[in-house]
Design a protein around this ligand. Structure first.
Ligand code: ACM
Length: 718
């Protein structure tokens, strides 16, 4: 028996391994498997050379053959990447390695992680560990948000009070939330190493000495990771203004309406002070880039200040956004004089467009911009059209402080590809960013960063043709053992089960396809609304086809039971599915456009939240015509609406429906009146339905909105 087994195994090996079999993350550009394996003990020497003439920056070629281990690399970073690939192959195969050649190089130059050290503090040891992790995934930038309203974390010798006072705080609201949550959820423990007693006060905080930061920079440099310091200005500077209130426009150091009171752009002493700080920052960090924030600057105190208004007049500025750009440009000029490049958050592009005649107040085009405001339309396009390099960290999906964000969204993030080819050279890459308000300890930070940063590593390194979601998930299952062995507290509970829905017009059915972050999940489902059990059908990867109205309930099975949360969706292939909808009067509100013209006939029903992307919102009355494509018998119309009066969402006063065979002559309208009181609280979802008679191709619907928002998700025609 054993012999038969080994013969089978041997013949499998001699057939050669598939490229997808090597567990390397991020997956290489090209893997050529040769026949057979080679025995290369750990002590086997490596033949290595640098060939700066290789085609791509940081490229490497790794060959494992009977001759041994051969590495050629374009740079010392490329050499490190080759060794990392070798280490991952060794972890999989031990000393009996597949004969192969890997040719590899990064798709994007900026592959990073941001840590917010201000809101909560991390030990130097933890930062070094993140450098190791970045290097393991062939990433190369660690962006440290070192200063903010909640704490100043970098020693500045000229202004010792910045850390003596600014690095320590009495528990703030965020700490209190963590402390309260900790009572039920131990993972929220506020790291006790950063809590100190000072007389009768308990303080939270910490800072890095210059010596510590230099050691971090050196540690990172050895691993080809650049540390990018961020000193946020002119907003998010309460740690400064609490000590130097004279640097704000009004002398106030308080909290404003939404953000803290910023520094004044009209005071020369502010620039002198900041330049002194930046001198020390540049002395510690040899990085090509210095990040100066420039996000979320509340300008109310600038409006109140005669000095600011005079400066605006003198410069001919019309907006306070232009005044912000003026501030940023002055800092930018200073950094450039010192041979550095500046990065700022994308808020700083609002000052104007230098290409517009008379467009004063534009951010200097040589400033790099970090894109984060994902909800503001067209920001990446504007950034590159104005000539800036761009680094992508859009809040959705790259802000990872919410631990339940899907891995899928990062792995498949499209934004970088939407920049036109002619401007692609301005795309530096991207990063995941971890804001620290609820990062009360490093385990929680780990939990938020991993494994999503692993997905980002592959997104930013591997070209589209080599990226493979299923292959990635399989490699990630193996990688999780590595993460555990390296004491990384990665999340195990990201979005488990997601579904894609489509209509099949030929077979007249709805199709549902499931996806999961597990490589080989046991997904069970029912069509009768009951909770799936081990005797329910197993989802086999093929779409589930639903012809009659059904409630699909699905779950991943774990230890014999359905794992929460269950996936529940009503599916119905009715006559309007896939029909064309014309909006003849008002359109939807831009903030609630759902799937735009496809919303009412895509067969997808919304959930309990009008913000779930399935409900379309209107602030006016509106009319639509549904074209069924051909004349057919119709017997019922039904359209769902939602009421939730606290945020101002109401049922329509009335819905009117009429039918036509030719699009000209319509039947008399049927009127469906609202019967839900506009005082009824809670979330109410109700169909407005009426019987229809005879035949129709066109169904005209008028929705009368007399109050607030009206939301609907689907027009059903049976
Ligand atoms: C930011 O999230 N305020 C850049």
């Amino acid at each position: 028996m054993r012999n038969i087994l080994s013969i089978i195994l041997l013949s499998l090996v001699s057939l050669g391994l598939r490229a997808g079999d090597i567990h390397v993350i991020p997956y290489p550009v090209q893997v050529e498997m040769q026949r057979g394996t080679v025995r290369l003990p750990l002590s086997a020497p490596e033949s290595v050379r640098i060939d700066a003439g290789m085609a791509h920056a940081d490229e490497y070629r790794l060959t494992l053959s009977r001759k041994g281990i051969d590495i050629v690399a374009q740079s010392t970073a490329g050499l490190q990447y080759a060794r990392e690939t070798l280490a991952q192959i060794r972890a999989q195969y031990g000393e009996e390695l597949p004969a192969l050649t890997v040719t590899d190089y990064p798709r994007y130059e900026w592959r990073g992680l941001m840590l917010d050290c201000s809101r909560h503090f991390y030990s130097l040891e933890y930062l070094k560990k993140q450098v190791d992790m970045l290097a393991h995934y062939k990433m190369n930038r660690l962006h440290l948000h070192l200063t903010d309203d909640q704490g100043w974390r970098i020693e500045i010798k000229r202004y010792p009070e910045l850390t003596q006072r600014g690095a320590w705080r009495t528990f703030n609201q965020q700490d209190s939330i963590c402390i309260d949550t900790y009572k039920d959820q131990p993972e929220f423990e506020l790291d006790p190493r950063f809590i100190v007693r000072n007389g009768d006060r308990t303080l939270y905080g910490g800072y890095y000495t210059q010596e510590e930061l230099r050691s971090l920079v050196a540690y990172a440099r050895e691993r080809h990771v650049e540390i990018i310091p961020e000193i946020d200005m002119p907003g998010h500077t309460q740690a400064i203004s609490a000590i130097y209130p004279q640097f704000t426009a009004t002398g106030e150091a308080s909290w404003g309406t939404i953000f803290s009171v910023p520094l004044s752009p009209a005071k020369e002493e502010v620039y002198t002070f900041l330049q002194h700080i930046l001198d020390e920052v540049m002395d510690i960090f040899p990085s090509h880039y210095i990040h100066i924030g420039a996000d979320e600057v509340e300008k109310n105190t600038w409006r109140e200040s005669a000095e600011c208004r005079q400066l605006m007049d003198r410069l001919g500025f019309k907006t306070y956004e232009a005044l912000q750009s003026y501030f940023v440009n002055r800092i930018h000029d200073y950094l450039q004089q010192k041979g550095r490049e500046m990065i700022c958050w994308d808020d700083a592009i609002e000052g104007g467009d230098y290409q517009v005649p008379g467009g004063k107040g534009a951010l200097s085009p040589s400033a790099d911009v970090m894109y984060w405001r994902y909800w503001v339309g067209g920001v990446p396009q504007r950034v590159v059209e104005q000539g800036h390099h761009i680094i992508f960290t859009p809040g959705d999906p790259m802000y990872v402080a919410r631990p339940d964000g899907p891995l899928y969204d990062i792995y498949h993030y499209q934004g970088l590809d939407l920049i036109p080819d002619s401007l692609q050279h301005l795309v530096r890459g991207g990063q995941v960013s971890l804001w620290g308000e609820s990062m009360s300890n490093f385990r929680r930070a780990d939990y938020c960063i991993y494994p999503r940063m692993v997905a980002l590593a592959e997104r930013l390194w591997t070209p589209a043709a080599q990226r493979n979601w299923q292959g990635f998930k399989e490699r990630l299952e193996v990688e999780k053992a590595w993460l555990t062995a390296h004491d990384v507290h990665y999340a195990r509970t990201n979005a488990l089960l997601t579904a894609m829905q489509a209509a099949d017009k030929e077979r007249k059915c709805m199709l549902l396809t499931f996806d999961s972050e597990y490589a080989d999940p046991d997904i069970r489902y029912t069509l009768d609304g009951t909770v799936p059990t081990l005797s329910s059908p197993r989802y086999d990867g093929q779409p589930i086809a639903v012809t009659e109205p059904r409630t699909v309930t699905a779950a991943i099975m774990e230890n014999g039971t359905a794992r929460e949360p269950l996936f529940v969706r009503e599916l119905e292939y009715h006559k309007a599915v896939g029909a064309t909808v014309s909006y003849t009067t008002a359109r939807w509100h831009e903030s609630y456009k759902a799937a735009e013209v496809a919303t009412f006939t895509d067969g997808r029903r919304g959930g309990d939240s009008y913000g779930d992307g399935l409900w379309q919102g209107f602030t006016r009355s509106f009319d639509v015509v549904v074209d069924l494509g051909s004349v057919m018998p119709v017997r019922e119309f039904s359209m769902r609406f939602m009421q939730n009066i606290d945020p101002g969402v109401y049922m329509p006063a009335v819905v009117e429906v009429s039918c036509s065979e030719d699009g000209n002559a319509y039947t008399a309208a049927k009127t469906i009146a609202n019967d839900t009181p506009d005082t009824q609280k809670g979330t109410i979802i109700k169909p407005f339905a009426t019987p229809l008679e005879g035949q129709a191709r066109y169904v005209k619907v008028h929705v009368e909105n007399t109050k607030g928002f009206v939301f609907s998700d689907e027009i059903v025609i049976r």
